[in-house]
Write a protein that binds this ligand. Structure first.
Ligand code: B12
Ligand code: SF4
Ligand code: SF4
Length: 313
């Protein structure tokens, strides 16, 4: 119904800066919960104890928000059009962190949406989630019809590829629901699995403990001598998404300048990165998601990659 609340919420979400939006019913997710538990039991979370600690919530939305009825799932395109080749340095830096912190940007749009709804019905209760809440963003996005989880495990959309951030507004009211995205458009392709230099991918499964993104961002403290395993990446890794035909064909440039690379990301040489100190780190990454590694994490990654010859991947 084009005049109903659900329709108006979706129109507002698009107006507040999201490119993709869908609504799904809050339901138990026993299959995903079971997969999560197996994945944890096999140790694929590495040292990310925070996933283990809140697994009951992550696997079952009602353990997080008992009155949940509906989930509005949103996606925001962050593809800036720049490529790794545009970066002066041999060090590689994941494109999702080139600009401003996506958590703040998506949350601001979702709070606007909640505010708009509360103006109509002050009794509505809602939770805004972006990445850090103990729920599975990709699972809800697929159920809300945004796209499918590719073999590299990221959510891919037909119209933007996978360069999208995900977020949710969980509500205690009933809405009209979209159809889940039922197709798996990976087909017989295995490009992401084949290209991953550390063999961190099975089909639709990630062994995070081997993933460069995990090693450079999430692993705290000293890394084993993984010089050759970081493949020059000093923050995150984009290899499996760069190779994906859906990104090669369907990425669309965002006009949002806050996702474009900060000037230093493009112009800095290896020597500039090697000379980065704590004060410089704080200035350069103010308002950026890179804060997560702290200075100690990023400088550890830079040191581990020193003198490493750029491989052909
Ligand atoms: C933990 C985490 C990581 C970990 C683990 C990655 C992962 N796939 O779980 C690490 C640090 C490695 C990571 C890396 C990245 N991340 Co991350 N991450 C998360 C986080 C916080 C939780 C994901 C989660 O629940 N993992 C648990 C595992 C079990 O889930 P899963 O891999 O999706 O597994 C499902 C299926 O694969 C399947 N499954 C699992 N095992 C098996 C086994 C078999 C045999 C089968 C058939 C199925 C199966 O069932 C699971 C449940 O449905 C989410 C935010 C959130 N709250 O959801 C962001 C999130 C997934 N990350 C995101 C991003 C952008 C990245 C990076 C691209 C960043 C970068 N450039 O470096 C990389 C991508 C690496 C990759 N190939 O996935 C985005 C992805 C957006 C999108 N379009 O999908 C999210 C959604 C954050 C956001 N809100 O935008 N991330
Ligand atoms: S992000 Fe890099 S290391 Fe991790 S699975 Fe993808 S290609 Fe492999
Ligand atoms: S590279 Fe191929 S298999 Fe991997 S996610 Fe993309 S389409 Fe799917």
């Amino acid at each position: 119904m084009k005049t109903g609340l659900s329709y108006r919420l979706k129109t507002k979400a698009l107006k507040f800066g999201f490119q993709k939006v869908g609504i799904t019913q809050a339901v138990p997710t026993p299959k995903e919960k079971a997969n999560l538990k197996i994945w944890l039991a096999q140790g694929h979370h590495g040292t990310m104890e925070w996933i283990e600690k809140r697994k009951e919530k992550r696997g079952d939305i009602f353990n997080y928000f008992p009155n949940a009825k509906s989930i509005i799932s949103v996606g925001m395109n962050y593809f800036s059009g720049y490529k790794q080749e545009n970066i002066q340095s041999d060090y590689k830096f994941s494109n999702y962190a080139w600009g401003d912190d996506y958590h703040d940007i998506l949350k601001s749009g979702l709070y606007k949406l909640l505010g708009w709804l509360k103006d109509k019905d002050p009794d509505v209760k809602g939770f805004v989630c972006v990445d850090t809440s103990p729920i599975m963003d990709k699972v809800w996005a697929q159920r809300a019809g945004l796209g499918w989880q590719g073999k590299h495990t990221n959510l891919i959309t037909r119209d933007y590829g996978s360069w999208l951030f995900l977020g949710e507004l969980i509500l205690d009211i009933t809405l009209d629901y979209d159809k889940p995205f039922a197709d798996d458009l990976c087909g017989s392709c295995t490009a992401c699995i084949d290209v991953c230099p550390t063999k961190a991918l099975g089909e639709y499964e990630i062994y995070a403990e081997k993933c460069i993104s995990y090693l450079t961002i999430e692993h705290r403290g000293q890394l084993p001598d993984v010089r050759s395993e970081l493949y020059n990446w000093i923050y995150g890794c984009d290899i499996c998404q760069e190779i994906c035909p859906w990104n090669q064909k369907f990425s669309r440039k965002t006009d949002k300048k806050y996702f474009h690379p900060r000037e230093e990301i493009i112009t800095w040489t290896d020597e500039n990165w090697q000379a980065l100190d704590e004060e410089g780190f704080r200035k350069l990454f103010k308002g950026s998601a890179v804060k997560r590694t702290k200075f100690s994490g990023l400088s550890r990654n830079i040191k581990l990659n020193e003198g490493f010859t750029k491989p052909d991947v």
